[in-house]
Design a protein around this ligand. Sequence first.
Ligand code: PEP
Ligand code: MG
Length: 568
Amino acid sequence: MKAIGTSSGIAIGKVLVYKEPELIIELKQIDDIDFEIKRLDKAIKKGIEEVQDLYDETLENVGEEEAQIFNAHKMMLEDPEFIDGIKSKIKEKKVNVEWAVKEVSNQFIELFENIEDEYLRARALDLKDVSKRLLRELLGIKSTDLRTLKEKCILVAEDLTPSDTAQMNKDMVIGFVTELGGKTSHTSIMARTLEIPAVAGVKDITQITSNEDMMIIDGSEGLILLNPSEHEIKVYENKKSEYERFNKKIQQMKGEKSISKDGVKIEIVANIGTPKDVDSVIQKDGEGVGLYRTEFLYMDSDNMPTEDEQFEAYKIVAERLKGKPVIIRTLDVGGDKDIPYLNLPEEMNPFLGYRAIRLCLDRTDIFKIQLRALLRASAFGNIKIMFPMISNIKEIRDAKRILEEAKNELRNENISFNEDIEIGIMVEIPAVAIHSDIFAKEVDFFSIGTNDLIQYTVAVDRGNQDISYLYSQYHPAVLKLIKMTIENGHKQGIWVGMCGEAAGDEKLIPLLLGMGLDEFSMSPSSVLKARWIIKNTSKKEIEPMLDKILSLPTAEDVEKFIDENIIG
Ligand code: PEP
Ligand code: MG
């Protein structure tokens, strides 16, 4: 079966189909009130046992803070107001327990959702979880908890949210297969960071396959084989060993400098989503962090992370990288990344909507807290600040003005920070690339975000697999914008990096070197391979080919040219 390979490597194992079970609640009039109340008591008892287990496991495997959420769930299951509310509903209205649970939960959820206090408002989410747990128990529906997987499996899902992937037991998931998503969806990015083979865009796979089926996925080729033959398993076991051998060879790049065959020094840094990812950056010998996507800090929490919480996260990353550059991107939410407690508006075109810097300049309360945390952390390492989704100059000036306000506040409070902190922007909107000579005067660096730059240049939703054939980093128009941005940045004396997925693309790395890209930021798992490519490529040999490549008619022509003249 053909798919889009989103994270390379081969996985062979059993399928686990991950679905949020549908809870259909019918209203029934009942006579036996005692019977319904007994069913409720039993479901509550079971629910308490489950959350207690989750508490214990999370405490052991993750930490106290994360485990607390299950303590809160337990308290809800024991809360007399909630439980008595359900019982009264059964008695007074003579309705089935499922209906009563749904009604009473909804009343409380609505109540919580309308509270001013942010912390209490976030409890609505917990109550939703608790009520679903009770209903699943009452309806006899089993759900899969990704935190507590006990057996190694290939996870098959319609899609996985960033919180699903953040929560799952990473030792047990050996591969991902999703119906939705493409190379740059956040699930795919996460898969690459975790070095889990993954494929996406496999239509109806959750219907076609079921638990316990055997599956092979080849994330490099974008292939899946369902219930493979003995022979196929053997072939792929060999391929897997070969892949692992090549990976071993690349390990020799550890500790080496990133210098091209003709002596051009560049920087190969890594993209991270959480402070924990620094482990892989260090392990893969990344020369720093070129993109820290801070939105995960907001997404993995039920409420807004405080200034201190953010400060701790940024400080840990900066300290662990010991003076190596750490580019931290301010909140880039919206698009395909939601934060429930922000109550973002439903939009017709979320990727063109209220997101990232647009939201931050509107909600300066949220923005200022993050900037203060970033500045405070800058005293502990080499932090640089990067603004996402910039589309016009005024946004940069406004963001810098708020940054100055934050600096002044800290000065007045006698809190130290790096006075000369570097400020950069993501170049991910064509308008900025085209006008990059002017934008370059406002900042210390550019980082080209190809994931979005491609989608906005060719007008193709980066997560829509039906049109993914049109989304290509080899599109000559995209390459022209990249070259223009690098040249304009250099003319104004600033350095230019790239933190979109294209920076780690084997075929594109030589071209980017030829164009003069200074910094390549990619999933930690690609760092050593990229260094190997750089060491085996000469910038001088690529430069004369660029004009020809940029004048080719199609993305396919570009890829073919690279295959025939550069890689092969
Ligand atoms: C990009 O758009 O290239 C990028 C790096 O940002 P994100 O993938 O988080 O949108
Ligand atoms: Mg982006």
